[in-house]
Every structure is written in C-alpha cells, then in structure tokens.
Design a protein. Structure first.
Length: 84
C-alpha cells in the first residue's frame, strides 16, 4: 500500500504554510488515490497536533477521507485513511 508522509517539524511556527501543506498532501492523496497519509506534528506541547486535527475536522476536508487515526504508540503521529 502506498503512503504519503508530511513532517511538520520544519514549519511548525508558520501557520499559513502549515495549512497550505496540509491541503497539498490531502489533495495529492486524493489525486493519486493513495490510501494512507502520515502526518508528523511532533510531540511538543500538542498545539500543532490540535491544529492539524482542527484542519482535518473541517467539513469540506472531512468529506475527502475515510477516518483519522491518532497513533497510540507515538503521540506525535496522525494517520489519515482514505477509501477509494
């Protein structure tokens, strides 16, 4: 199974860039019919992870994917599952 990966460590403090990258990775997964996207907001304070989850919870974004999984073994990872 193909997988895309987005590491947000380099842009953690650039709010507009984060949203651009999240939009890009979700759209790329849809366009290429990739079933799994791994997003790495990092562990930190949890603020970036919350921002990513709020982004994914938007109605127009939520319509694009099947489910979101928070990695129970690694707090700093989120998986987005797509169903095609």
């Amino acid at each position: 199974m193909a997988k895309l990966k987005l590491d947000l460590h380099d842009i953690y403090n650039k709010g507009d860039k984060i949203e651009i990258e999240l939009n890009r990775i979700v759209q790329e997964a849809v366009d290429k019919r990739i079933e799994l996207v791994e997003i790495i907001p990092g562990k930190g304070s949890g603020a970036l992870k919350k921002k990513v989850l709020r982004f994914l919870d938007q109605k127009h974004i939520r319509a694009l994917y099947h489910r979101v999984e928070k990695d129970d073994k690694n707090f700093g990872r989120i998986f987005i599952h797509f169903r095609f």
